[in-house]
Design a protein around this ligand. Structure first.
Ligand SMILES: [Zn+2]
Ligand SMILES: [Zn+2]
Ligand SMILES: [Zn+2]
Length: 341
């Protein structure tokens, strides 16, 4: 922890001394534009799509481009830029050692990128073609490879926040990639359980889970030759849906070209079904992929978790980490299966 001065925004990775919980303190983010806040908000005034920084023609409003995919006319279709309001950064200012042993803070080293998924001002993958979503997924592979090659990055995740209830600040279709100098708690828990399962059973926990879901079929949402989507047995929110590749593979970067097309199609199908039930649909979509330098990574099996945000987190969740789900995953799957696509 550096000595506090009120003129400088605090940018640190802190560890809570009582729980071990990691928290990124990123005061620079308070200045973010927001499409959803009202004019009376204490944050920036409402952001008009007319000057949306992600739209074609407004490229100068974003930081320098890191990568892009172009069509045959040379126009960009998917564009990657550093997050203007990062939670971690490659050049984060060094956080010195503090004399207080219960105030452990580190330099928040990492990468935080934004993947702008269309030059047009559309909101969701449902507004894109399957080919466009596949192009976006292909870009994820390239950016993950780059992030995970960085020497001090231990894990990386890709996520989408869609809709106000899911924490989105800009509505223009986009995702984020965050590379972290540690393995976050949820991924660590999944890795530990998958690694124990492999040691005891000699098989992959996720492959076994997939086999059982396909045998019982009561939580299946949809499937194709490469992927299966099902409502999670202990989903945290109504309609929480996971998408798993049939082929065992620890790292998303090992996905094949054909699998990318199949994945785009399954994800769009799931979103289509959800949007028929939850309106407007706000959701978080998160990629879990193995930390490549971790010796347990072979036991892991990459997957996407899609969490529609129909309920807000309240006292029980904040106080215990235990979630309340008001729609059983079996009922949710039954309803989702019944929707025509
Ligand atoms: Zn836009
Ligand atoms: Zn597996
Ligand atoms: Zn997971």
């Amino acid at each position: 922890m550096r000595p506090f001065t009120d003129s400088e925004p605090v940018f640190e990775l802190r560890t809570d001394p009582t729980s071990g919980r990691k928290v990124l303190i990123a005061e620079g983010r308070a200045a973010r534009p927001n499409d959803f806040v009202s004019a009376t908000s204490i944050l920036a005034p409402s952001h008009q799509p007319a000057d949306c920084p992600f739209c074609r023609g407004n490229e100068s409003q974003t930081p320098h481009e890191l990568a892009c995919a172009r069509d045959s006319h040379g126009n960009w279709q998917v564009r990657v830029v550093p997050n203007k309001y990062p939670v971690v950064g490659p050049d984060a200012p060094e956080v010195g050692v503090c004399e207080n042993p219960l105030a452990i803070a580190e330099t928040p080293l990492g990468v935080h990128e934004v993947i702008i998924e269309s030059p047009l001002h559309v909101r969701d993958w449902l507004d894109l073609s399957v080919e466009q979503v596949a192009e976006v997924l292909g870009m994820f592979v390239g950016r993950l490879e780059f992030a995970l090659e960085q020497p001090r990055i231990e894990s990386a995740l890709i996520f989408k926040n869609v809709g106000q209830g899911a924490g989105a600040s800009l509505e223009h279709v986009h995702s984020q990639l965050v590379g972290l100098p540690f393995v976050p708690t949820l991924l660590e828990a999944e890795l530990a359980i998958a690694s124990r399962h492999r040691a005891m059973q000699g098989s992959c926990l996720f492959c076994d889970l997939l086999r059982e879901e396909l045998r019982h079929r009561q939580r299946l949402v949809c499937e194709n030759e490469d992927f299966v989507a099902f409502c999670a047995f202990a989903g945290r929110q109504p309609y929480e849906t996971w998408v798993l590749p049939r082929r065992h593979s620890p790292l998303f970067t090992g996905v094949s070209r054909q699998e990318i097309g199949s994945l785009a199609s399954v994800l769009q199908q799931v979103l289509h079904r959800l949007s028929e039930i939850v309106s407007p649909l706000a959701y978080n979509l998160v990629l879990h992929t193995a930390p490549p330098r971790d010796e347990r990574s072979e036991a892991f099996h990459w997957h996407w978790e899609l969490i529609p945000r129909t309920a807000s987190l309240a006292g029980l969740e904040w106080g215990t980490g235990v979630f309340i789900n008001s729609v059983s995953p079996e009922r949710a799957a039954n309803i989702l299966q019944g929707i025509k696509t």
